[in-house]
Ligand binder design. Structure first.
Ligand code: FAD
Ligand code: SF4
Length: 508
């Protein structure tokens, strides 16, 4: 296992823990010597560091007492022991969204650990395997050392109409290519991996329902991010090279950013003690569904970003001298309404959690999918309002270099003035922040991640359709309309309304 000398406590210690690792990361066609020092990568590391600092500054919000270790652990590593624990995840996510204005990258690991808790328990129950105990040992270690876990689910997938074993190239989904008595060797690639280079460990998981022919793909295991046989290819973000320019205005948010990379496994080794599913293909869909159920309401993180963008829009309206104009106020109200509609469904999903056989608490699936479906739409609408309020200068603004130039600087100071008493530089900074969040680096986190992360919109519609209990709703309508009908009631495999009408959600 990876050697880290002591439990990591602060953001600073976390950043230290990333230094000097032997990661093979490619960016702009070159191997990156030290990711921690790379100006494009560093803001994403700062965002994760904030998850450590918050746990120190607001212990109740961002840490929890774990009954696995008996210690106070970072909430991102905690296994939810009550509905309240699930709710607190959301509160922490909103706060971190507010503090960073971007994706802070640790929720995929949190949701993977929690969904594996129940899934491994149920695999063991059926197959007599020992995955759950091994998982608990792993959780004990990461909780104690306070490590960052990346969740590697999405494969590159090749031809989307075909499953893993039907692809022309079998490596388009990650699979076991060799095994010996010590463990397995995996090959293939995972796409869009959030924060993988900033993690200490990755949890490799299947990405979809599998069949008997896909047994080699039914693998869950933990692997250190710097294990031999792993290559990272860094994902570009719009305007990312601004981080390499002097100054900080043009970056919009120079401190924090998100990170995605493609991860390629070439016979990377996972030892037996870190394997939590191996061939039990019929449990792949259970794992994916439980993971996405957690993760789709984790997207209340975007309401924290929404708070920042609403604040930026209100500020620029003020700087432009129109804070009290009725349509501006109305647009800010609409932005807030959209933002809170996301939060409302996410937090409700968490409150409506229930206890699983393994003891972990799982949030409500219907409301999680409604939350994420809102997230695929509302941040785009909120961004549209922000761009409307900002005015065209947001995209025609000269660079910071012009502001600092002795000839053009005074011209900009004269001609970019807004309301009396407002600095031109402050005005430029807020405009750049709106640009950053709606079309620059953090638009990855605020917009496209909102669209596709945790599954594209159609994936939520499928889950909503499965749980809408139309038979029950038709019965309600027919009863009120006094429709007399013979024949069988449709049997429904959904229990959403059972959860809706449960009176005490603190009980199982
Ligand atoms: C910023 C970002 C961060 C992410 N972070 C992570 C992460 O940390 N870990 C992780 O595992 N994943 C991560 N993801 C991956 C995310 O879960 C996927 O993007 C998502 O599942 C969609 O897959 P895709 O991007 O391959 O799109 P595609 O599968 O190519 O989908 C494109 C479109 O085709 C449709 N489509 C695809 N297949 C079918 C089909 N068979 N039938 C009908 N329609 C189909 C989709 O509905 C969608 O409309 C991240 C994604 C983004 C954008
Ligand atoms: S997109 Fe949101 S939920 Fe997902 S890892 Fe980033 S901050 Fe967390």
């Amino acid at each position: 296992m990876q050697k880290i000398v002591r439990p990591i406590r602060t953001g600073e210690e976390y950043i230290e823990s990333l230094k000097g690792r032997d990661l093979k990361v490619y960016l702009f066609g070159e191997l990156v010597k030290e990711p921690v020092d790379h100006p494009i990568i560093r803001p994403s590391i700062n965002a994760v560091a904030k998850t450590y600092d918050l746990a120190v500054e607001e212990e109740g919000l961002a840490s929890a007492k774990s009954s696995i270790t008996g210690e106070q652990v970072n909430r991102f590593l905690h296994i939810a022991e009550s509905a309240q624990d699930v709710v607190k995840q959301n509160k922490m996510q909103r706060k971190l969204g507010q503090l960073t204005g971007t994706c802070f990258q640790r929720c995929v690991g949190m949701d993977a650990l929690n969904s594996l808790h129940s899934t491994t328990f149920e695999i063991d129950e059926k197959h007599g395997t020992k995955y759950h105990k091994k998982l608990l040992e792993f959780i004990k270690m990461v909780q104690h050392e306070n490590l960052v876990i990346g969740g590697a689910m999405t494969d590159v997938k090749g031809d989307r109409s075909k499953g893993p074993s039907d692809q022309e190239d079998p490596d388009l989904f990650v699979r076991v290519v060799e095994r010996d008595d010590k463990g397995v060797y995996i090959s293939g690639a995972k796409a869009h991996q959030t924060g993988c280079i900033n993690s200490h460990w990755m949890l490799v998981m299947p990405t979809m329902r599998l069949t008997e022919n896909d047994k080699d793909y039914a693998l869950v295991g933990a692997i250190p991010v710097d294990a031999p046989g792993i290559t990272y290819i860094y994902g570009r973000q719009s305007c990312d090279t601004r981080a390499m320019e002097p100054g900080d205005i043009d970056q919009g948010n120079s401190e924090y950013g998100g990170q995605e990379a493609m991860v390629i496994f070439d016979k990377a080794f996972i030892p037996n003690e870190l394997i939590f599913m191996d061939g039990e293909y019929e449990f792949a869909s259970m794992l994916v569904e439980r993971f996405t159920c957690y993760h789709r309401r984790s997207y209340v993180c975007k309401t924290g970003l929404g708070d920042v963008l609403i604040g930026a829009a209100a500020t620029i309206a003020d700087y432009n001298g129109v804070p009290n104009v009725s349509h501006i106020k109305d647009k800010l109200i609409e932005m807030t309404h959209l933002n809170e509609s996301i939060y409302g469904t996410g937090i409700a999903s968490s409150y409506q959690s229930h206890k699983m056989k393994s003891g972990v608490w799982q949030n409500d699936d219907m409301l999680a999918n409604v939350c994420k479906h809102n997230v695929t739409r509302f941040p785009y609408q909120i961004s549209r309002f922000a761009q409307d309020i900002a005015g065209g200068l947001m995209v025609t603004l000269p660079s910071e270099a012009e502001l600092r130039n002795p000839i053009t600087g005074p011209l900009l100071e004269k001609y970019l003035k807004g309301r009396k008493g407002v600095d031109v530089e402050s005005r430029m900074r807020i405009l750049r922040l709106i640009e950053n969040m709606t079309m620059g680096r953090n638009a990855v986190g605020y917009l496209t991640e909102s669209m596709h992360g945790a599954g594209s919109p159609q994936a939520q519609r499928i889950q909503i359709a499965r749980q809408m209990q139309l038979g029950y709703k038709k019965r309600l309508a027919k009863d009120l309309a006094k429709v007399q009908e013979q024949g069988e009631e449709t049997l429904e495999n959904a229990d959403y309304f059972k959860r809706v009408f449960k009176l005490d959600n603190s009980k199982e």
